[in-house]
Ligand binder design. Structure first.
Ligand code: SF4
Ligand code: SF4
Length: 200
């Protein structure tokens, strides 16, 4: 058993765009999280923009189902608008599921299945990657003892949304194609209305 215990190095890397890769950083937000952050941004006079992140095309209704958005980081500092160089995250108490769990994250295994993973772009993970690579699940839970339960909550929330999609499909209210060409998907992105998928 390792004696390692995760401690954030407060470097801010997770709140910034990946250097040299504009648009590639993913800080996912559920629609209800976007609503909250829009209000905070308004109160603070901060510019806050999101773009769609995880979406499913519903060919039955010709709608794009939005599961998550991601924060746009295309500002001069290329960071989350709620990040302060002096204070770090300025919405720490209400930060999104993804930020609470980080450096644990959800990776997509296939269209509807996700898994808790460790993000390799966090400097703490980079520093201890050899130890972390050799840890079993119980050790990972121990090392990330505050973050793992948050990652599990994040996972459960995502799972609920996937179940909602399956239920809607079962009731024939929507139809998500298992194979869709890039051309068809781009057409949907361009032309179809959006419907947000929300669960409590
Ligand atoms: S990148 Fe990792 S170490 Fe740096 S602030 Fe984010 S969680 Fe902490
Ligand atoms: S909400 Fe906070 S932790 Fe999340 S990206 Fe923004 S500043 Fe960083």
């Amino acid at each position: 058993m390792t004696s390692l215990t995760y401690k954030c190095m407060k470097c801010g890397t997770c709140c910034f765009e990946i250097e040299g890769q504009p648009g590639s950083k993913r800080i996912p937000l559920y629609p209800e999280e976007v609503d909250v952050l829009i209000e905070i941004a308004k109160e603070r006079g901060v510019e806050f923009n999101v773009i769609e992140d995880l979406v499913f095309p519903d060919v039955l209704n010709q709608k794009l189902l939005v599961v998550t958005y991601k924060i746009r980081l295309n500002n001069p500092k290329t960071c989350c608008p709620f990040y302060s160089l002096k204070k770090g995250c300025t919405i720490h108490q209400i930060k999104p599921f993804a930020c609470q769990a980080y450096p644990l994250s959800l990776i997509q295994l296939d269209a509807f299945n996700f898994q808790i993973s460790i993000d390799s772009s966090c400097p703490y993970v980079i520093k201890y990657h050899e130890i972390l690579n050799n840890c079993g699940l119980d050790e990972i839970k121990e090392i990330f003892k505050d973050e793992y339960p948050k990652a599990e909550r994040f996972y459960r929330k995502n799972k609920k949304i996937m179940l909602k999609i399956h239920r809607l499909e079962y009731k024939k209210k929507i139809k998500i194609p298992r194979n869709i060409s890039i051309k068809e998907f781009n057409n949907a992105l361009e032309k179809w209305d959006r419907v947000e998928l929300r669960v409590k």
